[in-house]
Design a protein around this ligand. Structure first.
Ligand code: UDP
Length: 486
């Protein structure tokens, strides 16, 4: 139904612009959303920063994959930073600031001049923007009269904590008064009164200056989502229903359509398409799959801190000794930029080679979804990024959580206290503790965690099957996009 005649006007088919914040977890999940919408016949424009697009071109088949969808466009925009800027986790504010000014005006220009459309669907009729830069995208959408929906790549749990931070401050529950105050319960996040401690708040809440830019930014952007027509979350109702109903009091229109990677996999299977490809910014090292193939069932703990977290050499050594001393086999992702300050991780690694070699394997970047689904993997030591958490949940793999920043402190609390599918070891980095928790997860408490993790995995998969909550919410979203017209 691409060209509908309406009186004397030709009504073009709807075109959705999808615009992620330029970070791995964000681009990964929004590309999945883009493909889900394209599979249902919508025309999609996916907008990457030039910097990220170059990396995708290097390491993925992105152009060939999306060329198969009618009306699919891959477009780029400048992030406004010089080419040699590190764009690392400690310089994210530069990226926010630069995009807020430079990309904002470029975006407006591109939308106004129909640069983001094609001949059959020249104009963007709906924007799905990453809520992490909700303000400027909504400003542009409002100025041009285009409906906008916000997509958040984080869980409902951390979204709700971000949203509630002004209440926490107003109630006098922040700032945190030193280390001895970290286990105090926070009472002003509805639905989390019985388990959310100071240490479970996003790490930016630990600074005594509560006007710090990072915190201010996260809270402000989250509140700007109230201006959007709706909110899309990469979660599923069986996982986060109680928190979703709290969010609904402030955001009446929510589409929970996750886990997106499972949702897409399911939809691709129904059209007998090949399985989904990588969206990685780094070269995927598949050699670990052959190594996993040679390991006994559920004997390996997979260790990864995601795309942004960095550690110092002492922390690397504590994890290393803890893992080796646990006598558990492990597969560890050590990015070339994982270890900061004390230099070259390759050199640090060379010093680690020892006689335990047959029990571990190290890669620079892994095919993570495939690793988690591998029968040899029985546990995941993770930084609790939201994508990693969802991927582990779907695979039914229990977790040890060692959160680094932002939403990860909240996610890890939910994994251990609410969903009971793992152990939270936040704020501790000691080889004896690492050894103990690995042993607990993989041996002592294994059955207890496995039972709950399998149950949750089943619910996750059910949610994207026909009639499931995420399945129905996606149908509703697509219907609403079709109806949305500027
Ligand atoms: N990932 C991967 N290979 C790795 C490590 C991570 O493919 O070796 C993927 C992982 O599957 C996830 C994403 O990178 O989809 C990381 O996103 P997450 O939200 O967990 O953490 P972030 O990197 O944003 O901190």
């Amino acid at each position: 139904p691409y060209m509908e005649q309406q009186g004397s006007h030709t009504l073009h088919p709807p075109r959705v612009l999808i615009f992620p914040f330029p970070l791995q977890g964000h681009v990964n999940s929004m590309l999945k959303l883009a493909e889900l919408l394209a599979l249902q016949g919508l025309h999609v424009t996916f907008l990457n920063t030039q910097f990220i697009y170059n990396r995708l071109l290097l390491h993925t088949d992105i152009q060939a994959r999306f060329a198969a969808y009618p009306g699919f466009l891959l477009k780029t925009i400048s992030d406004g930073l010089p080419d040699d800027h590190p764009r690392s986790s400690d310089t994210l504010l530069d990226l926010f600031d630069s995009m807020n000014s430079i990309s904002k005006s470029l975006l407006k220009q591109m939308l106004a001049s129909d640069e983001l459309g094609s001949e059959s669907s020249p104009s963007v009729t709906c924007i799905i923007a990453d809520g992490l830069f909700g303000k400027f995208t909504t400003d542009v959408a409002d100025e041009l009269g285009i409906p906008i929906i916000h997509f958040r790549t984080i869980g409902a749990c951390s979204f709700w904590v971000y949203f509630s931070i002004p209440n926490i401050i107003e109630a006098g529950e922040l700032p945190i008064r030193g280390k001895e105050d970290m286990d105090r319960l926070i009472n002003s996040v509805p639905g989390m009164e019985s388990f959310l401690r100071c240490r479970d708040l996003p790490n930016f809440c630990r600074l005594s200056d509560l006007t710090n830019q990072s915190l201010h930014h996260l809270v402000q952007e989250t509140h700007h989502s109230k201006r959007a027509k709706a909110l899309i979350l990469n979660t599923f109702e069986d996982l986060e229903a109680p928190i979703l109903s709290h969010i609904q009091t402030q955001f009446p229109k929510i589409y929970s359509i996750g886990p997106l990677h499972t949702h897409l996999k399911h939809k691709l299977a129904t059209v007998a398409s090949s399985s989904q490809s990588s969206n990685s910014f780094l070269e995927v090292d598949r050699s670990c799959i052959a190594w996993l193939n040679a390991q006994p069932a559920k004997s390996v703990i997979y260790v990864s801190f995601g795309s942004l977290a960095v550690i110092v050499k002492d922390q690397l050594m504590e994890f290393w000794h803890g893992l080796v001393n646990s006598n558990t086999r492990f597969l560890w992702v050590i990015r070339t930029d994982l270890v900061t300050k004390e230099g070259d991780s390759a050199q640090i690694l060379a010093e680690l080679l020892d006689e335990t070699k047959e029990r571990w394997f190290i890669v620079g970047w892994a095919p993570q979804e495939e690793v988690l689904a591998h029968p040899a993997v029985g546990g995941f030591l993770t930084h609790s990024g939201w994508n990693s958490t969802l991927e582990s949940i779907v695979a039914g793999v229990p977790m040890i959580c060692w959160p680094y920043f932002a939403d990860q402190q909240v996610n890890s609390r939910f994994v251990s206290e609410v969903w009971k599918i793992g152990i939270d070891m936040k704020d501790v980095c000691d080889r004896q503790i690492v050894e103990k928790v690995v042993n607990d997860l993989m041996v002592e408490r294994r059955e207890e965690f496995e039972r709950v993790a399998e149950e949750m995995s089943m619910l996750a998969r059910k949610s994207v099957n026909e009639g499931g909550s995420s399945y129905c919410n996606l149908e509703r979203l697509i219907e609403d996009i079709r109806l949305a017209r500027s």
